[in-house]
Structures are given as C-alpha cells and as structure tokens.
Design a protein around this ligand. Structure first.
Ligand code: NAP
Length: 297
C-alpha cells in the first residue's frame, strides 16, 4: 500500500520533453512521484533547456541511456512521431515497465505503437485535457494538470494494476481520471478540441490573407473577438498537423456537420430570421455556463 508521499516509480523516462512532458516531469518532482527523472529527446534545444532548468536529472539523445532503467516511460512527442519513437525505444524497454503517452489522438497512437510493445511491458494510452499554445520545456509548469481531466484509453486484456498505477499518477498531480474507449475519445476530442483549432486556424488565416490596410485594422481592433482565436491559432504547427492527419475520419465527420450548421445560420442571416439566430445563441450561452459550473472554463 503506497501513501501519498511514496514514489510510485523508481525511474520515469520522458520521450519528448516538451510542454506536456516537462510539465508532468515537474509535477512528478513536486509530488515526489519518482526517484529519478530522465528524458530522451531528438531536439538539442529541448534537452539543453530541460537539463538547465533541472526538469530532469538527465536529458540525452540516446534512447538506450534513457529508457533502459525506466519503470515508467511517458511518450510526449508529436503523435506523428509515434512510429519513430516505438522503433527507438522498443529494444531498450525493461520487462515490467509501463509505457504511457499524452497524445491528443488515441487510435493512431495505439495503431503505431502497439506493434513495438514487447511481451512483459504494458502500454496504457492517455491524454491530458490540459495544455497551452506554447511548446518546449521552458514553458511547462507543475500545476498544468490540476483540476483537469486525464483520459485513459486502456486496451482490452491489459493489466488492470498498470491502469490503476497510471490513474494514480495522474490523480497525484491533481487530475481527475476518466476511462474511455479510444474510438470514442477521438470522436469527442474532434468536436471539443480539433474542430475549434481548425476554425481558429481558418479565421486567422483568412484575416492574414486580407489586403494590407485591412490586416492592420484586424490587429488594431482584435479585442472584439478575433484575439481569442489568435491564441488558439498560435498553437504548435507540427503538433496540430499531426492531430489532423491522425484523426482524419472523426474530424471530417464533425466538420461536415459543422459546415451544414454554418450554412443554416448563413441562410437565417440572409432571410432575416432573427428568431432562429436568437434561439441558437441562447442555447450556446447555456453551454458556456455549464462549462463554468464544471470549473473547466
Ligand atoms: P512540444 O512542446 O513540441 O514537445 C515535443 C518534443 O518531442 C519536442 O522537443 C520534439 O523535438 C520531441 N520529439 C519529436 N519527435 C521525437 C522523437 N521521434 N523522439 C523523441 N523526441 C521527439 O510538444 P507538446 O506540446 O508537449 O505535445 C506533446 C504531445 O502532447 C503531443 O502528442 C500532443 O498531441 C500532446 N498534447 C499537447 C497538448 C498541448 O496543449 N500542447 C495538450 C494535450 C496533449 P522537435 O521539436 O525537434 O520536433
């Protein structure tokens, strides 16, 4: 039986020590959840920063040096790098180790990583519903996951003790844990996260394409709504490229519905259907209130 002050792991290895990996490393250090923290990252900049900021005890470009002694391996690289990560770490995974990830898409990560998971190693996929528009270890912080949801999408037949241990890890860094089917995860996140990012990228891109003087005014008067979209549209281009390429079906499905709803609103504006617009805007206001009540605002 472990107490809240007992480390859950001996050595935790972060494969990709960027915003999310470094935030979890910081939180694990803060709460004493591992005796040793190490990282394997292909980016020299990330390794140098992670080590200089003492986010980890060792940051290396050699997967063997980082992974070999780890009883926990957290993959925090972009989801498009999963295959490369699997090939790099698989030969060094220690029997009994638990591998987890923080990728924003689950089916594609499971598809790309599972073939590399050796006998005696458990893979428990996960996704923290927490983040910012910034990247890199210099922008991570230990409190990122507090009060936020952590979704775990364990596969049928996996070791229940490993699931419990990963759930316990996230609870100890302040998250609430939900177990979900990976297919369902990808559909839910397509509407709550992926579509909003696509819309933000589109609006800001449209503004960027305007002629010079209009562009100046967009920046000058941005506080009238545009500004909130620019924050989302400043999110990491590689991460989001990979999300859309790896959750294609779910995003296209939800985008189809969104396009139909947008066309319906377009018609209402054209035909002066004020009641329809007001009804729609009243319904959406209630969603905002529900999010505030759930403390997820
Ligand atoms: P990040 O700050 O860009 O960090 C990712 C790090 O992984 C970078 O240092 C990157 O190096 C490195 N990397 C890339 N390929 C690698 C490989 N093959 N082996 C080892 N390291 C590799 O990214 P992040 O924002 O932390 O996101 C990481 C993961 O968390 C993504 O899967 C994302 O979907 C998920 N996520 C992000 C958020 C968010 O708000 N940011 C929220 C929830 C989940 P390079 O820079 O050289 O490529």
């Amino acid at each position: 039986m472990t107490t809240p002050t007992t480390p859950l792991f001996d050595t935790a290895c972060f494969v990709g020590i960027g915003l999310i990996g470094s935030s979890l490393a910081r939180a694990m250090r803060k709460h004493g959840l591992a005796r040793r923290l190490v990282a394997f990252d292909i980016s020299e900049k990330a390794r140098t920063a992670a080590q200089a900021l003492s986010v980890v005890d060792l940051a290396t470009d050699q997967p063997a040096d980082a992974v070999a002694g780890a009883d926990l391996v957290v993959i925090g690289a972009p989801v498009g790098a999963t295959d490369a990560v699997g090939a790099a770490i698989a030969p060094h995974l220690k029997p009994g180790a638990i591998v987890t990830d923080v990728g924003s898409v689950k089916l594609a990560v499971i598809r790309d990583l599972m073939p590399y998971i050796p006998e005696g190693v458990e893979f428990i996929p996960g996704h923290p519903i927490a983040g910012t528009e910034h990247s890199g270890p210099e922008n991570g912080f230990a409190e990122l996951f507090e009060g936020r949801w952590q979704i775990l999408t364990p596969l049928p037949g996996c070791n229940e003790k490993a699931v419990d241990k990963i759930a316990e890890l996230w609870r100890r860094v302040g998250s609430m844990v939900e177990i979900m089917d990976p297919h369902h995860h990808d559909k839910v996140l397509a509407i709550t996260s992926h579509l909003p990012h696509l819309i933000a990228y589109t609006i800001v891109g449209t503004a960027n394409d305007l002629e010079g003087h209009m562009q100046q005014e967009v920046i000058k008067f941005s506080a009238s709504g545009f500004r909130d979209f620019t924050r989302i549209a400043a999110s990491d281009p590689i991460m989001w490229r990979d999300v859309f390429l790896n959750n294609r079906e779910a995003v296209l499905e939800v985008l189809q519905r969104f396009t139909e709803d947008l066309t319906a609103l377009q018609r209402s504006i054209r035909w002066g259907e004020g009641e329809v617009l007001q009804k729609r805007f009243t319904e959406t206001r209630a969603i905002r209130r529900a999010i505030i009540d759930a403390k997820q605002a």
